[in-house]
Ligand binder design. Structure first.
Ligand code: HEC
Length: 111
């Protein structure tokens, strides 16, 4: 597992992942959380308590909020966000597999 972010976040995240928050889908289980940690945690709370002290954009909803409100955040909306960077995110180009891993990870947080 590779993390680019601060070690404390990596540790916090690993603990969260080990305690069962990681999705149990057919994808590489670690890919979703790893990508979220690399690209999303700068603005979003990507798992309970896993967030930057000073988010680049505090308007970003937490991933648990997104996971628990499929009416407001249907899968198509998450997929759209992953195709076109939003809210001044740095540019990225996810593969279809990476998008699926991130979506599976976020949806897994609803449990
Ligand atoms: C630079 C800050 C920033 C980064 C980085 C970022 N987001 Fe966001 N995101 C936001 C903000 C702000 C909003 C709410 C306003 C908006 O939709 O533009 C948002 C909204 C969303 C939404 C809801 C979309 C909607 O239409 O309501 C999803 C899903 C989402 N982000 C997923 C992600 C994922 C997955 C990543 C990592 C790959 C990510 N974001 C990275 C700032 C960010």
């Amino acid at each position: 597992m590779k993390f680019n972010g601060p070690t404390t976040l990596a540790v916090a995240f690993t603990v969260a992942a080990l305690s069962g928050l990681a999705p149990r889908a057919g994808y590489a289980e670690e890919e979703g959380p790893t990508l979220a940690h690399r690209y999303c945690v700068k603005c979003h709370e990507i798992a309970p308590g896993v967030k930057p002290e000073t988010p680049l954009n505090p308007a970003a909803p937490s991933f648990v909020t997104i996971a628990k409100d499929p009416q407001k955040f249907p899968e198509s909306k998450i997929a759209a966000v992953l195709t076109n960077p939003h809210a001044k995110m740095e540019p990225f180009a996810f593969t279809a597999d990476e998008r699926q891993s991130l979506i599976a990870y976020i949806k897994g947080l609803a449990k």
